[in-house]
Design a protein. Structure first.
Length: 105
């Protein structure tokens, strides 16, 4: 039986949604109309560590707000797609553009 480190040894890229993955799924709408989301510090730390370890982190989300973009920038995430209507299409385009195999993601 193999352990998880062996099973995941070929992974180079981690692709996530933002809402419900990096947040608790709640959206707070401010009096100015901004959509605010709360993220967990530990998730941010884990993503920064993954980037430092050489993993490519990709965010594909249907949601969009400047606070989301700001958080992704603060975490040094480069491949961020917000306001996406067809996440599967963006996922497949990204995979093709970077010559990624599903076993690597």
């Amino acid at each position: 039986m193999t352990n998880y480190k062996e099973d995941l040894s070929g992974i180079t890229t981690l692709i996530f949604d933002y809402d419900g993955v990096m947040t608790n799924g709640m959206v707070i709408i401010s009096t100015t109309g901004d959509h605010l989301r709360a993220g967990h510090v530990k998730d941010g730390y884990a993503l920064q560590l993954a980037v430092k370890c050489g993993y490519r982190i990709v965010i594909i989300s249907g949601g969009f707000s400047e606070s989301m973009r700001h958080r992704c920038n603060a975490l040094n995430l480069k491949d961020v797609f917000l306001g996406v209507a067809d996440k599967v299409a963006v996922f497949e385009e990204y995979m093709a553009l970077h010559n990624l195999k599903r076993e690597e993601v």
